[in-house]
Design a protein around this ligand. Structure first.
Ligand SMILES: [Zn+2]
Length: 457
């Protein structure tokens, strides 16, 4: 008897899975389109992320991609989520892409999200902030970076256009799950904070998943997030690290579906274990499994309207005078020497030491069903935990590494503690000093105001 009952249940479940509800009378609330392009450099290039690299790339382990998911509500408001297997999105790259897509596709920059996975096995993207300090490259390598920048920009513009071209009736839903390999990497020691596994430190192991189905019920795209440095290895072969393997696994399991990885606030989070490519593959499979888990339950339908906003806020640095810069020139540290050199060149041009940075924040509001918040830079996990709690009202998805990656973005706690993500990593940029106290409140206030304004419109 029991066996018969079980069989009947299985048949019933299968039937529910097969017989799609009639949607003939369902109004089209969304349109969605996707497109993918390979952005792996065609020749060896200097690789990003680790200052210790001594030679350019040596082959390709897995292709690097840029993917675009275009979403349009019934009133015609659009957002395009672009994910990339790149170390960073320089501000100048976003500016040029926005100028082109506003003109060519009438896409407002407010709705354009450019996120990078932060794989350290991708090329240096032209970024004067970092380039002048972290690396001293031969003219030939610099030329390749210039050429690649133009190719990349044009490919991004193209993939955004192709996703918009692909817009077709769709349904959106949201779910989430968890994945466990991200761990806090700021280990407190008597000599300060060390980059080492710290299982007692804050983490956010949430895996947010936006499911996009065609009107016929076929899975068209899956955008998913995770807050963890995409740095399982530092190989000399181009590869997209765990985030790349996760996307490949999902696309293999669901032929015809585009999987897009959105980097979260993983500034102070590392994948563990790490060091070998096998771990990147294992982590990729774990993350893909978490996405499959999120696809299982009855997902929450996401309704419109879609509202989007983007702005740059003035984020101040600790004040530095030109005289202080001149005295710092005597430093024995090669990176500090290059940094001061770059800063003095900037002073010669502008007449002053730069005192703040135009920091990008963005909100994509999907009715009352999903709030996607994006922030520039290498954002630490405290922002993710805080914004989810404070913005409340339905699911909140927080992405870092979006629209510009200029430096680490510490919370007030991490700034006060110091260490690499607090103040130390500024040494590799041509920014003058640490962020001024109050950095967290400035950013959170701007995001809260934007969100409230969008929700009340
Ligand atoms: Zn990083």
């Amino acid at each position: 008897m029991i066996r018969v009952w079980q069989m009947t249940s299985v048949v019933a479940i299968c039937l529910i899975g097969l017989v799609l509800p009639s949607r003939a009378d369902e109004a089209v609330e969304w349109k969605a389109g996707v497109a993918t392009v390979i952005v792996t450099p065609s020749q060896p290039m200097w690789m990003a992320g680790y200052a210790s690299r001594t030679k350019p790339s040596d082959g390709v382990l897995s292709e690097l991609h840029a993917k675009a998911l275009a979403i349009q509500d019934s009133a015609g408001t659009r957002a395009v989520i672009v994910t990339t297997d790149l170390i960073s999105i320089p501000r100048v790259l976003r500016e040029q892409v926005v100028a082109a897509v506003e003109k060519q596709f009438k896409l407002s920059g407010n709705g354009l999200l450019l996120n990078c996975s932060h794989t350290h096995c991708s090329p240096v993207v032209k970024d004067d902030l970092e380039l002048s300090v972290m690396y001293r490259l031969e003219p030939e390598q610099r030329k390749r970076i210039e050429t690649y920048f133009v190719e990349l920009r044009d490919k991004l513009i193209g993939v955004i256009g192709a996703a918009i071209e692909d817009l077709q009736p769709a349904r959106l839903s949201y779910s989430h799950s968890r994945c466990g390999f991200a761990m806090n990497r700021r280990l407190p020691t008597k000599d300060g904070f060390q980059n080492s596994p710290y299982p007692d430190g804050p983490v956010d192991q949430d895996v947010p998943v936006l499911r996009v189905e065609t009107f016929e019920g076929k899975l068209k795209a899956v955008a998913f997030g995770y807050a963890c440095h995409n740095t399982t290895t530092g190989l000399q072969q181009f590869n997209a690290d765990y985030a790349g393997y996760a996307q490949t696994e999902i696309e293999k399991a669901h032929p015809g579906t585009t999987a897009l990885f959105v980097m979260g606030c993983g500034g102070d989070q590392n994948p563990y274990p790490r060091g070998q490519i096998e771990w990147a593959q294992t982590h990729g499979k774990s993350l893909a499994t978490a996405v499959e888990a999120a696809l299982l339950p009855q997902a929450k339908v996401v309704h419109g309207p879609l509202k989007v906003d983007f702005k740059e806020i003035d984020l101040p640095f600790e004040p530095v005078t030109k005289d202080e810069l001149l005295s710092r020139r005597e430093s024995k540290d090669i990176y500090e020497q290059r940094r001061v050199e770059a800063l003095l060149a900037d002073v010669a041009k502008t007449g002053k030491v730069r005192s703040s940075y135009p920091y990008p924040v963005q909100v994509l509001q999907f009715g009352s069903d999903l709030t996607l918040v994006t922030m520039g830079g290498e954002v630490v996990i405290d922002y993710s935990l805080r914004l989810k709690k404070e913005l409340g009202k339905g699911p909140v998805w927080v992405a870092g590494y979006s629209n510009d990656v200029m430096a680490y973005i510490p919370s007030e706690r991490v700034l006060a503690e110091g260490g690499y993500e607090g103040t130390g990593a500024m040494r590799y940029t041509s920014l003058p000093s640490a962020w001024q106290q109050g950095v967290e409140e400035r950013i959170v206030t701007a995001i809260r105001e934007m969100t409230e304004r969008l929700r009340s419109k």
